[in-house]
Design a protein around this ligand. Structure first.
Ligand SMILES: [Zn+2]
Length: 307
Protein backbone atom coordinates (compact mmCIF):
# COMPACT_ATOMS: atom_id res chain seq x y z
CA UNK A 1 0.00 0.00 0.00
CA UNK A 2 1.26 3.50 -0.75
CA UNK A 3 -0.23 6.90 -0.05
CA UNK A 4 -1.52 6.85 -3.63
CA UNK A 5 -4.52 5.19 -1.98
CA UNK A 6 -5.21 8.25 0.18
CA UNK A 7 -7.44 10.81 -1.53
CA UNK A 8 -5.45 13.93 -0.54
CA UNK A 9 -1.97 15.01 -1.63
CA UNK A 10 0.71 13.78 -3.99
CA UNK A 11 2.45 10.47 -3.20
CA UNK A 12 5.89 11.04 -1.69
CA UNK A 13 5.32 14.73 -0.97
CA UNK A 14 4.35 16.00 2.53
CA UNK A 15 1.18 18.05 2.77
CA UNK A 16 1.25 21.84 2.67
CA UNK A 17 -1.47 24.25 3.67
CA UNK A 18 -3.66 23.47 0.66
CA UNK A 19 -3.72 19.74 1.44
CA UNK A 20 -4.44 20.40 5.14
CA UNK A 21 -7.33 22.67 4.09
CA UNK A 22 -8.63 19.98 1.72
CA UNK A 23 -8.41 17.41 4.52
CA UNK A 24 -10.18 19.75 6.97
CA UNK A 25 -13.01 20.40 4.52
CA UNK A 26 -13.77 16.66 4.55
CA UNK A 27 -14.23 16.55 8.35
CA UNK A 28 -17.78 17.00 9.57
CA UNK A 29 -19.32 17.20 13.02
CA UNK A 30 -20.68 13.78 13.99
CA UNK A 31 -21.46 14.28 17.69
CA UNK A 32 -21.73 17.10 20.21
CA UNK A 33 -19.12 18.00 22.83
CA UNK A 34 -21.73 20.10 24.59
CA UNK A 35 -24.39 17.36 24.70
CA UNK A 36 -22.11 14.41 25.44
CA UNK A 37 -19.37 15.92 27.59
CA UNK A 38 -20.15 19.41 28.93
CA UNK A 39 -23.56 18.26 30.16
CA UNK A 40 -21.95 15.45 32.16
CA UNK A 41 -19.29 17.79 33.56
CA UNK A 42 -22.19 20.04 34.61
CA UNK A 43 -23.70 17.25 36.72
CA UNK A 44 -20.39 16.90 38.60
CA UNK A 45 -20.17 20.55 39.65
CA UNK A 46 -22.09 19.90 42.86
CA UNK A 47 -19.42 17.52 44.16
CA UNK A 48 -16.19 18.68 42.47
CA UNK A 49 -14.39 21.89 41.54
CA UNK A 50 -14.72 22.44 37.81
CA UNK A 51 -12.64 25.10 36.06
CA UNK A 52 -12.05 26.22 32.50
CA UNK A 53 -8.32 25.80 31.87
CA UNK A 54 -8.19 27.01 28.31
CA UNK A 55 -10.08 27.47 25.09
CA UNK A 56 -9.34 26.12 21.63
CA UNK A 57 -9.77 28.76 18.94
CA UNK A 58 -10.46 27.57 15.43
CA UNK A 59 -12.05 29.28 12.44
CA UNK A 60 -14.98 26.86 12.74
CA UNK A 61 -15.56 27.80 16.39
CA UNK A 62 -14.08 27.72 19.87
CA UNK A 63 -14.12 25.02 22.53
CA UNK A 64 -13.80 25.61 26.29
CA UNK A 65 -11.56 23.07 28.04
CA UNK A 66 -12.48 21.89 31.54
CA UNK A 67 -10.63 20.31 34.44
CA UNK A 68 -12.26 18.59 37.42
CA UNK A 69 -10.57 18.71 40.82
CA UNK A 70 -11.14 17.19 44.26
CA UNK A 71 -13.13 19.66 46.29
CA UNK A 72 -11.16 18.99 49.48
CA UNK A 73 -7.82 19.72 47.80
CA UNK A 74 -4.96 19.61 50.35
CA UNK A 75 -1.49 20.71 49.32
CA UNK A 76 0.23 18.12 51.52
CA UNK A 77 -1.40 15.24 49.61
CA UNK A 78 0.03 13.77 46.39
CA UNK A 79 -1.73 14.42 43.08
CA UNK A 80 -3.27 11.86 40.74
CA UNK A 81 -3.68 13.14 37.17
CA UNK A 82 -6.18 11.54 34.78
CA UNK A 83 -6.35 12.66 31.14
CA UNK A 84 -8.82 11.54 28.48
CA UNK A 85 -9.71 12.46 24.93
CA UNK A 86 -6.19 13.56 23.95
CA UNK A 87 -7.28 11.69 20.85
CA UNK A 88 -10.82 12.99 20.49
CA UNK A 89 -12.15 9.95 18.64
CA UNK A 90 -11.20 7.57 21.47
CA UNK A 91 -14.61 7.64 23.10
CA UNK A 92 -14.04 5.57 26.23
CA UNK A 93 -11.08 7.75 27.16
CA UNK A 94 -13.47 10.66 27.59
CA UNK A 95 -16.40 8.80 29.10
CA UNK A 96 -14.22 6.48 31.19
CA UNK A 97 -12.61 9.53 32.81
CA UNK A 98 -16.03 11.04 33.54
CA UNK A 99 -17.31 7.70 34.86
CA UNK A 100 -14.29 7.46 37.18
CA UNK A 101 -15.07 10.90 38.61
CA UNK A 102 -18.78 10.16 39.03
CA UNK A 103 -18.51 6.70 40.57
CA UNK A 104 -15.06 6.38 42.18
CA UNK A 105 -13.46 9.75 42.90
CA UNK A 106 -15.19 10.11 46.28
CA UNK A 107 -13.40 6.95 47.47
CA UNK A 108 -10.10 8.86 47.33
CA UNK A 109 -11.16 11.90 49.36
CA UNK A 110 -8.53 12.79 51.95
CA UNK A 111 -5.94 10.42 50.42
CA UNK A 112 -4.98 12.04 47.14
CA UNK A 113 -5.84 15.19 45.18
CA UNK A 114 -7.50 14.30 41.88
CA UNK A 115 -7.05 16.38 38.74
CA UNK A 116 -9.01 15.11 35.74
CA UNK A 117 -8.98 16.60 32.21
CA UNK A 118 -11.60 14.40 30.54
CA UNK A 119 -11.63 15.74 26.97
CA UNK A 120 -8.37 17.35 25.88
CA UNK A 121 -9.29 17.46 22.16
CA UNK A 122 -12.97 18.40 21.75
CA UNK A 123 -12.59 19.39 18.05
CA UNK A 124 -11.50 15.80 17.42
CA UNK A 125 -14.21 14.45 19.73
CA UNK A 126 -16.93 16.04 17.60
CA UNK A 127 -15.43 14.88 14.30
CA UNK A 128 -14.34 11.46 15.61
CA UNK A 129 -10.80 12.25 14.53
CA UNK A 130 -7.32 11.65 15.87
CA UNK A 131 -5.92 15.02 14.80
CA UNK A 132 -6.78 18.59 15.64
CA UNK A 133 -8.09 21.09 13.06
CA UNK A 134 -4.56 21.69 11.74
CA UNK A 135 -3.98 17.98 11.01
CA UNK A 136 -1.68 17.71 14.05
CA UNK A 137 -1.70 14.78 16.46
CA UNK A 138 -1.94 16.28 19.97
CA UNK A 139 -0.37 13.11 21.34
CA UNK A 140 2.87 13.75 19.46
CA UNK A 141 2.88 17.41 20.44
CA UNK A 142 3.54 17.55 24.20
CA UNK A 143 6.76 19.53 23.94
CA UNK A 144 8.00 23.09 24.44
CA UNK A 145 6.62 25.51 21.85
CA UNK A 146 4.01 22.95 20.84
CA UNK A 147 2.12 23.75 17.64
CA UNK A 148 -1.02 22.07 19.10
CA UNK A 149 -3.28 24.27 21.29
CA UNK A 150 -4.69 21.15 22.95
CA UNK A 151 -1.25 20.12 24.21
CA UNK A 152 -0.17 23.63 25.22
CA UNK A 153 -3.32 24.18 27.30
CA UNK A 154 -2.93 20.90 29.18
CA UNK A 155 0.78 21.47 29.83
CA UNK A 156 -0.03 24.93 31.23
CA UNK A 157 -2.70 23.43 33.53
CA UNK A 158 -0.33 20.81 34.88
CA UNK A 159 2.90 22.88 35.06
CA UNK A 160 2.43 24.18 38.66
CA UNK A 161 1.87 20.57 39.87
CA UNK A 162 4.42 18.88 37.65
CA UNK A 163 6.65 17.64 40.48
CA UNK A 164 3.84 16.77 42.87
CA UNK A 165 2.05 14.29 40.65
CA UNK A 166 2.42 10.74 42.03
CA UNK A 167 0.55 8.99 39.24
CA UNK A 168 -0.61 10.01 35.76
CA UNK A 169 -2.88 7.79 33.70
CA UNK A 170 -3.72 8.84 30.13
CA UNK A 171 -6.79 7.09 28.69
CA UNK A 172 -6.75 5.96 25.04
CA UNK A 173 -8.16 3.41 22.61
CA UNK A 174 -6.68 1.48 19.70
CA UNK A 175 -9.35 1.15 17.01
CA UNK A 176 -9.86 -0.52 13.66
CA UNK A 177 -10.00 2.97 12.13
CA UNK A 178 -6.34 3.43 13.14
CA UNK A 179 -5.46 0.93 10.42
CA UNK A 180 -8.17 1.85 7.88
CA UNK A 181 -8.01 5.67 8.14
CA UNK A 182 -5.54 7.26 10.53
CA UNK A 183 -2.30 5.45 9.59
CA UNK A 184 -2.90 5.97 5.84
CA UNK A 185 -3.71 9.64 6.55
CA UNK A 186 -0.52 10.04 8.58
CA UNK A 187 1.59 8.45 5.85
CA UNK A 188 -0.03 10.68 3.22
CA UNK A 189 0.41 13.82 5.37
CA UNK A 190 4.11 13.12 5.82
CA UNK A 191 4.73 11.98 2.22
CA UNK A 192 5.58 8.42 3.26
CA UNK A 193 4.38 4.98 2.20
CA UNK A 194 1.76 3.39 4.46
CA UNK A 195 2.85 0.05 5.93
CA UNK A 196 0.01 -2.31 6.85
CA UNK A 197 -0.09 -3.34 10.52
CA UNK A 198 -2.18 -5.40 12.91
CA UNK A 199 -4.71 -4.07 15.41
CA UNK A 200 -4.44 -6.05 18.67
CA UNK A 201 -7.64 -7.61 20.00
CA UNK A 202 -7.78 -6.49 23.60
CA UNK A 203 -6.59 -4.04 26.22
CA UNK A 204 -2.95 -3.09 26.65
CA UNK A 205 -0.79 -0.50 28.38
CA UNK A 206 2.14 1.66 27.32
CA UNK A 207 4.89 2.13 29.93
CA UNK A 208 7.76 4.64 29.82
CA UNK A 209 10.89 2.96 28.44
CA UNK A 210 13.02 5.55 30.28
CA UNK A 211 11.50 4.71 33.70
CA UNK A 212 9.61 1.42 33.47
CA UNK A 213 7.35 0.43 36.37
CA UNK A 214 6.52 -3.23 35.65
CA UNK A 215 4.77 -4.02 38.96
CA UNK A 216 2.55 -0.93 38.58
CA UNK A 217 1.62 -1.85 35.00
CA UNK A 218 0.87 -5.45 35.99
CA UNK A 219 -1.41 -4.34 38.84
CA UNK A 220 -3.49 -2.43 36.28
CA UNK A 221 -3.54 -5.37 33.84
CA UNK A 222 -4.79 -7.69 36.61
CA UNK A 223 -7.60 -5.26 37.50
CA UNK A 224 -8.68 -4.64 33.90
CA UNK A 225 -8.61 -8.37 33.06
CA UNK A 226 -11.64 -8.73 35.36
CA UNK A 227 -13.55 -6.35 33.06
CA UNK A 228 -12.30 -7.03 29.52
CA UNK A 229 -9.77 -9.25 27.75
CA UNK A 230 -6.07 -8.34 27.55
CA UNK A 231 -4.38 -8.20 24.13
CA UNK A 232 -2.07 -11.10 23.30
CA UNK A 233 1.23 -10.57 21.48
CA UNK A 234 1.21 -11.15 17.72
CA UNK A 235 3.27 -13.82 15.93
CA UNK A 236 6.38 -11.65 16.33
CA UNK A 237 5.86 -11.25 20.10
CA UNK A 238 4.80 -7.66 19.55
CA UNK A 239 1.82 -5.36 20.07
CA UNK A 240 1.49 -2.72 17.31
CA UNK A 241 5.14 -3.11 16.37
CA UNK A 242 6.68 -2.95 19.87
CA UNK A 243 7.93 -5.94 21.86
CA UNK A 244 5.47 -7.10 24.54
CA UNK A 245 7.62 -6.80 27.69
CA UNK A 246 5.04 -8.37 30.04
CA UNK A 247 1.43 -9.54 29.58
CA UNK A 248 -0.41 -6.66 27.88
CA UNK A 249 2.45 -4.15 28.25
CA UNK A 250 4.69 -2.37 25.72
CA UNK A 251 7.09 0.55 26.27
CA UNK A 252 7.58 3.83 24.41
CA UNK A 253 10.08 6.65 24.89
CA UNK A 254 7.36 8.99 26.16
CA UNK A 255 9.41 12.18 26.25
CA UNK A 256 11.06 11.84 22.84
CA UNK A 257 7.71 11.07 21.20
CA UNK A 258 5.98 14.08 22.80
CA UNK A 259 3.34 11.87 24.42
CA UNK A 260 0.87 13.14 27.00
CA UNK A 261 2.10 10.72 29.68
CA UNK A 262 5.43 12.60 29.70
CA UNK A 263 4.05 15.93 30.96
CA UNK A 264 4.79 15.34 34.66
CA UNK A 265 7.69 13.89 36.62
CA UNK A 266 5.34 11.33 38.21
CA UNK A 267 7.07 8.11 39.26
CA UNK A 268 4.04 6.19 37.98
CA UNK A 269 2.87 6.81 34.41
CA UNK A 270 0.84 4.75 32.02
CA UNK A 271 -1.25 5.02 28.87
CA UNK A 272 -4.29 2.75 28.53
CA UNK A 273 -5.33 1.32 25.16
CA UNK A 274 -8.86 -0.06 25.17
CA UNK A 275 -10.06 -1.95 22.07
CA UNK A 276 -13.67 -0.87 21.43
CA UNK A 277 -14.09 -2.71 18.09
CA UNK A 278 -13.82 -6.18 19.59
CA UNK A 279 -16.97 -8.28 19.18
CA UNK A 280 -16.34 -9.17 22.81
CA UNK A 281 -16.42 -5.58 24.18
CA UNK A 282 -19.43 -3.29 24.67
CA UNK A 283 -19.14 0.51 25.10
CA UNK A 284 -20.05 0.08 28.78
CA UNK A 285 -17.26 -2.46 29.19
CA UNK A 286 -14.79 -0.06 27.59
CA UNK A 287 -15.74 2.71 30.03
CA UNK A 288 -15.61 0.21 32.91
CA UNK A 289 -12.13 -0.89 31.78
CA UNK A 290 -10.88 2.71 31.78
CA UNK A 291 -12.34 3.40 35.22
CA UNK A 292 -10.92 0.13 36.59
CA UNK A 293 -7.51 1.07 35.21
CA UNK A 294 -7.63 4.48 36.89
CA UNK A 295 -8.61 2.98 40.26
CA UNK A 296 -5.92 0.29 40.05
CA UNK A 297 -3.26 2.86 39.08
CA UNK A 298 -4.09 5.17 41.99
CA UNK A 299 -4.42 2.26 44.45
CA UNK A 300 -0.99 0.92 43.50
CA UNK A 301 0.65 4.34 43.65
CA UNK A 302 -0.82 5.12 47.08
CA UNK A 303 0.33 1.72 48.38
CA UNK A 304 3.88 2.27 46.99
CA UNK A 305 4.35 6.03 47.32
CA UNK A 306 8.16 5.97 47.09
CA UNK A 307 7.99 4.87 43.47
ZN1 LIG B 1 -4.92 7.54 21.41
Amino acid sequence: MTNASYPIGTPGRPWGEAEVAAWRSRQSIKRSYETDVLSVIGTLRGRFDVSEYGRLEYASGSYPLFAIRSRAWRDELPVALVTGGVHGYETSGVHGALQFVDRHAADYAGRVNLLVAPCVSPWGYERIHRWNANALDPNRSFRADSPAQESTALMRLVAPLRDRVLVHIDLHETTDSDESEFRPALAARDGKASEPGEIPDGFYLVDDSAHPQPAFQQAIIVAVAKVTHIAPADAKGEIIGSPMVAPGVIEYALKQLGLCASITSAPYKTTTEVYPDSPRATPEQCNDAQAAAVCAAIDFALAHPAG
